[in-house]
Design a protein around this ligand. Sequence first.
Ligand code: F58
Length: 797
Amino acid sequence: MTAQNQTPVTAESLQSEITRHLKLSLGKDPKHASLYDWRMSLSLALRDQVVEPWFASTRQTYEGKHKRVYYLSMEFLIGRLIEDVTINLDVEGVAVEAMSALGQDYYTVVANEPDAALGNGGLGRLAACFMDSLATLAIPAYGYGIRYEHGLFEQHFENGQQTETAEGWLAQRHVWEFERPEVAYNIHFGGYVSDEGGKAHWHPAETVLASAYDTPVVGWKGKWANTLRLWAAKPVKLFDLDSFNRGDYVGANAPERLARTISRVLYPDDTTQDGKELRLKQEYFFTSASIKDLLRRFLSEGNKIEDLPNHVAIQLNDTHPAIAGPELVRLLIDKHDLSEEAAIDTARQCLAYTNHTLLPEALESWPEDLFARILPRHHRIIQMIQERHLQQTGSHVRIIEHGNVKMGELAFVMAHHVNGVSALHSELVKETVFSDLHAAYPDRILNQTNGITPRRWLYSCNPALRGLINDTIGTAWHTDLEQLQDLNAHLDDASFQQAFRAAKATNKDRMAKWLKDRNGITLDTSAMFDIQIKRIHEYKRQHMNILETIALWNEIRDNPTANWTPRVKIFGGKAAPGYALAKSIIHLINDVAATINNDPVTKDLLQVVYPENYNVSMAEILIPASDLSEQISTAGKEASGTGNMKLSLNGSPTIGTLDGANVEIREHVGAENFFLFGLTAQEADAKRGEHGYSRRAIESSPVLSRVLGQIAAGVFSAGDRYRYSDILHNLYEHDYFLLSCDFDEYFAKQREVDAVYQDVPRWTRMAAANTAGMGWFSSDRTIRGYAKDIWGTASVI
Ligand code: F58
């Protein structure tokens, strides 16, 4: 049965299902039900609607013997699910009505759901968007990851400084998942390898159980549903009864403690990959379980192992699951008796790898001794893979070098295709990190520019704009986002413009109310909302934005009666807990906010706000309300960006550099609708070769010198002259990310933004042209590209 011939959901039927769950699943009398109870009952009633399409999709895949995609990712940054499901099932109106008949406000219930924050940032959110598109396009697929007990930490500000506490999304029951105790694999670590009868035998020292939890992921109109299978680590032996009987109660729990550590917490550091044994174990844990699971499924269908590449496409989301190559080779040789050569060939035909960064500190490598200790059999297999690669290509690029196992090189050598995530990034992948491997395998690298799911990032989060678009060009864009270009015919139409502004005003009001309720802060909604939301990182240059804010504050104070454009500067984002400079930048933003927001001279013209704990749900409120999108990374450093796409799609022009997907966004929305500034990637590289470039740039910029002088004098730190010496020292002496060199042009471009914003028809036209031009950035387009160029799969309906 498919979703189409399922009985349609009505407000009455949903209402009775919610009541039924409230009584029978929650054991609550409606009279005494809490918000939590209502949320659980609504979720369960909705989940029921997903089950039939889910079964039907699985059945169809089995029956049609369709090739399946396996998306292996350490991170799935999903966010909330109620709204996602009601939108995809097209029952939002029905749900609102049903809840209201029960005396509940649907949106209050939706907001009660904690975010599933199983990711750090762009990479994890991309995986979530891809799952949505795979389901919408009806491509049989599994997402494989880890069911972390604690997702990304919660961020708090204490005296303007970031502190972190553990996140606890599983403290309440996660109703969307189905536990599968029968789907479990032993995952081994450590020990040694012996050779017996010409075969290698791994004698592991430690074993944990990987136990599956499945969440259905339903696509548009419920026509197809795939599975997100997350692995939880459990002890093989529940409890050490001998220790307990001896009175050693702590020791008795040791097996459980050891196992659970593996899936306890998401790795929050996106700056360095220092030799953390736990991280390597996490990577092997979920990768091995996933490979074993997909092999079991494949063999259960009566297939021959040589046929694997015709049925299985494995995508590695960055190098975190790169151990998939050696693991698959190991199983093919040790368990399925393939020759080394056949095993490597077969594995390679299944595997593809996506690179998300060029930053050397973010490229994974493991000390060889640690690696060999944890995974002795894989260590040997990697040596074998390396030998064959060196012999076959004559390349000098080694996977193991200077005592390190390099996961990028491993993933590259074991993949049939390697892709970057924007046109510029993919070219830089060829020219920089993998230039030598590219020479050895010239057809391997290709590009798949990232995308975003329009279901969550327009349709669901921006009902005001959704309604206007429907009224203006109809609804064909729901399944083909490129239809948004039909809006181009209306850009100069005064009534369309007025309605577009009204939609933006609605979203700004919604955000202002949200912030007022949350933090007691009042926003001037007639001011320009200028937004930078993303992880805090030097290369993303939030510090350039806050220095520009100080410079603007100075100018306004110098000349308070000039015709200024009122602005609210909005920041959102977390710093990795161990990343000191990023934390200093957060502190500086909060210090500057405290000073500027209390200045009576500028209070109606400039405001800085930084709501703590930025996450997917906050993004869904901020993005539709944005007037200006800050995408100001040093050219060549942001692989793609996806927030840039969300903001532009929601009618917020970009001020940005020629970096990552900004380049393609500018091409699609038109150069006249994009505020471009800054060095190009090539110019940036050349600049770094000039001795003393940053000091020279600072000294030749009176605006920047003055700002840095104020920070050095303690203007924003109650007279403390040393609070920001790390940032200042970095800028004067080093400035690898070239803030000093781009600053003046950035400042000037912002003043151009001020002027254009005052020209209301011109600004509205620009903002709407952004929406009209962004259809290409749907993750449906991206997934079609992967399916065609990499996986060799297609939609099955
Ligand atoms: C991001 N990477 C890129 N890494 O920075 C961004 O340009 C791109 O749009 C996005 O991937 C999707 O392709 C990213 O988010 C991480 O968060 C890793 C987490 C684990 C440690 C290493 C970084």
